[in-house]
Write a protein that binds this ligand. Structure first.
Ligand code: FVH
Length: 293
């Protein structure tokens, strides 16, 4: 009898934390022969029952496949895990969160050892992995031939978006999105601090906040257009002069509610500086000028 099951490409995964484990399950489910290694062996063992091959050392795991994916804590753990592994001829895909500088240095490091290198920035949390409708994806940058060779395998856990040959671009765009998210969390923390001690149902307030943030989000496109055209006064819905005047109300309300304004003040200070420089007719895009060092 002929086995008609399509052959899936084998790969190795180093790192079985929350994210690595989620990734591993999707490749195993899709039928890819998977070799795994984790520093703490107990975390690898459950995967053996799902068909993974477990190795005792990272070097053995690297030797097992041409494609080696890393999902470790940080760049230092990548260095440590790969010590003593023969990387010559390997395709390394590093999904460990890094800075753009670390990603570029790691790409050069891999190349010196005879490996092709692709850096990845994961825009998903573990429950989104293997769930196409979650909208998760990974930014990839570095070796285009490596990406094209392995695109189908890389797209198994979540979407795959290649963003350029510069190995630092995936990390840069990952961190840019995470930084924007940090600002959003700061904003919603302040909003909840204002209302939480009143007789307001926070579960009814939450969707109002979500709808408002969603309604404001398209301002992102205006910012991109203004930066591209170098004209920060076209398409301005709410100008800086009006917004700075409005800040007084935001700060007084915080005081009335007994809430610190520490999350708002750095941005408001920038707004005032730009206004004092004579840019009251702009949107907040001009503030970006003040951030560049
Ligand atoms: N989890 C998340 O929500 C985020 C989503 C976006 C992307 N991040 C990044 O993914 C990398 C891995 O994250 P994780 O969630 O799997 O992290 P942990 O569960 O903490 O697992 C860490 C693994 O790294 C291993 N490890 C740590 N130090 C070393 C080392 N010196 N040598 C070898 N391995 C090391 C650790 O091994 P062990 O503690 O089990 O022995 C885990 O396998 C990360 O870059 C996130 O920023 C996740």
């Amino acid at each position: 009898m002929t086995d008609n099951t399509p052959q899936r490409n084998p790969l190795t995964l180093l790192g079985l934390g929350a994210m690595g484990t989620a990734l591993a399950h999707t490749w195993l489910t899709a039928g890819h022969p998977l070799t795994v290694w984790n520093r703490t062996a107990a975390r690898s063992e459950p995967l053996a029952a799902h068909g993974a091959r477990i190795t005792a050392t990272a070097a053995e795991a690297v030797a097992a496949s041409d494609l080696v994916v890393l999902c470790l804590l940080d760049d230092a753990s990548v260095e440590e895990a790969l010590q003593g592994a023969d990387l010559n001829g390997k395709d390394l895909v590093n999904l460990t969160t890094s800075t753009p500088g670390q990603a570029r240095a790691r790409a050069a490091w891999a190349q010196e050892r005879g490996a092709r290198f692709l850096d990845g920035g994961i825009m998903a949390i573990p429950p989104m992995i293997g769930v196409p409708e979650s909208g998760g994806y990974v930014f990839y940058s570095g070796s285009r031939p490596l990406f094209e060779t392995h695109e189908q395998v890389l797209a198994v856990p979540t979407g795959a978006r290649y963003v350029g040959e510069d190995a630092g671009f995936a990390a840069l765009q990952d961190v840019a999105l995470l930084s924007a998210m940090t600002g959003m969390f700061a904003g919603l923390s302040h909003a909840f601090a204002l209302v939480r001690k009143e007789n307001i149902d926070l579960k009814e307030f939450a969707p109002l906040l979500v709808d408002w943030l969603t309604a404001m989000a398209p301002a992102t496109h205006t910012t991109a257009e203004q930066l591209t055209s170098d004209d920060y006064t076209t398409g301005v819905a709410s100008n800086l002069a009006m917004m700075v005047a409005g800040n007084t109300t935001l700060l007084r309300t915080a005081e009335e509610q007994g809430v610190s304004s520490e999350l708002l003040l750095p941005f408001m200070d920038l707004m005032e500086r730009r206004l004092k420089d004579g840019h009251g007719d702009e949107s907040t895009t001009g503030l970006i000028e003040l951030l560049s060092r």
